[in-house]
Design a protein around this ligand. Structure first.
Ligand code: HEC
Length: 154
C-alpha cells in the first residue's frame, strides 16, 4: 500500500516538474525576441518666419512671379527640378540691366527659335509684371541643382 502511495507521489512530482518546465519555456517564448531599440527621432526646426512674413514684393511683382513660375520657370529656373541644366539660361535683374528692358520685352513678346513668344498669351501689363519680377531676382536666388530651394518665399 505504501509503495503505491509513494509511486503516486513520485508521479505527481514528475508532473509538477514537467508543468514547471513547460510553463517556464512557454513563458520565455511569449516574451519573444528582445524588444527593438526605440526609433531615432530627428526633428527639423523650420524657419517659419519666412512663411508667415508679409510679402516683400509689390502686387505687380507678385503677379509677375506667378506668371514667371507658371510659364517661364520650367525653362529658366532649376526650382524643384532634379536636372542640373535647364533649356534656357538663368535670368534675373542683372540680365534685364545688361540687355536693357526694351530688348527683354521684345524677347518675351517674340521669343526665338528656342523660346516661345508670349505676345498672344500675355497682355502688355502682364509682360510689365514679369519684367518687374525679373528685376527683383538676384543671382543669389539661383537654385543649386539638387540643393534646397533657396531665395525668399513669397
Ligand atoms: C520652352 C522653354 C522656354 C520658355 C517656356 C521660356 N523661355 Fe526664355 N529662353 C529660352 C531659351 C532656350 C533661351 C535662350 C535662347 C534665346 O535667347 O533665345 C531663352 C532666353 C530668354 C531671355 C534672354 C536671356 C538673355 O540672357 O539674353 C529672356 C529674358 C527670357 N528667355 C525670358 C523668358 C520669360 C520671361 C519667359 C516666360 C514668360 C520665358 N523666357 C519662357 C527658353 C524658354
Amino acid at each position: 500500500m505504501d509503495t503505491i502511495r509513494a509511486r503516486k507521489r513520485q508521479w505527481l512530482w514528475r508532473f509538477a516538474a514537467l508543468g514547471l518546465i513547460v510553463g517556464s519555456t512557454s513563458l520565455g517564448l511569449a516574451q519573444g525576441p528582445a524588444p527593438a531599440p526605440p526609433p531615432k527621432v530627428e526633428t527639423t526646426v523650420y524657419d517659419m518666419s519666412k512663411l508667415v512674413a508679409p510679402p516683400t514684393l509689390a502686387p505687380n511683382e507678385l503677379e509677375g512671379k506667378r506668371l514667371f513660375v507658371q510659364r517661364c520657370a520650367l525653362c529658366h529656373d532649376l526650382l524643384g527640378q532634379p536636372a542640373s541644366t535647364t533649356v534656357g539660361p538663368w535670368v534675373d535683374g542683372t540680365t534685364v540691366k545688361a540687355r536693357g528692358e526694351a530688348a527683354i520685352r521684345l524677347k518675351i513678346m517674340d521669343g526665338s527659335r528656342r523660346m516661345p513668344g508670349w505676345k498672344h498669351t500675355f497682355d502688355a501689363q502682364q509682360v510689365d509684371a514679369v519684367i518687374a519680377y525679373m528685376k527683383t531676382m538676384t543671382p543669389e536666388m539661383r537654385p543649386k541643382p539638387g540643393g534646397p530651394v533657396t531665395g525668399p518665399i513669397e
